[in-house]
Design a protein around this ligand. Structure first.
Ligand code: ZN
Length: 123
């Protein structure tokens, strides 16, 4: 048994968009006083939506990444565009997660506090 507190008990007290370099990212100040920095590239690569999770499961398979909603004409082929890592918008989802939108129109990823914290810890 571990005495470590579950990371899900932490929540952000401040989220700041960083626009350094060409991609930027998010700086998050947590309720336990820790400050983490996540690059937008890390966030995109770890997108938790069903489409991306499935895509990562088929990493040897260059299936197009199809948006789940919205701009239906947009089809992201295996040729990676530079701007898929460019954050367009950050919106809170209730009080438990962030919804991130990307310049290529992808916006189905819901990043829970626990996920954001674990990404920062593991990167
Ligand atoms: Zn996704």
């Amino acid at each position: 048994m571990s005495n470590a507190k579950p990371q899900s008990l932490c929540f952000p007290v401040e989220v700041e968009r960083i626009k350094s370099s060409k991609e930027g990212g998010l700086r998050i100040s947590w309720s336990d006083g820790v400050e983490t920095l996540l690059s937008s590239k890390t966030l995109r690569i770890q997108c938790p939506c069903a489409t991306c999770v499935e895509e990562r499961g088929e990493s040897n398979h260059n299936t197009p990444l199809t948006p789940v909603s919205g701009r239906a004409r947009l089809s992201i082929a295996s040729e990676v565009k530079g701007n898929i890592y460019s954050l367009e918008a950050v919106r809170p989802v209730g009080n438990y997660a962030l919804n991130l939108s990307w310049e290529d129109g992808h916006k189905t990823g819901i990043y829970s506090w626990a996920l954001l914290r674990s990404l920062a810890t593991n990167s």
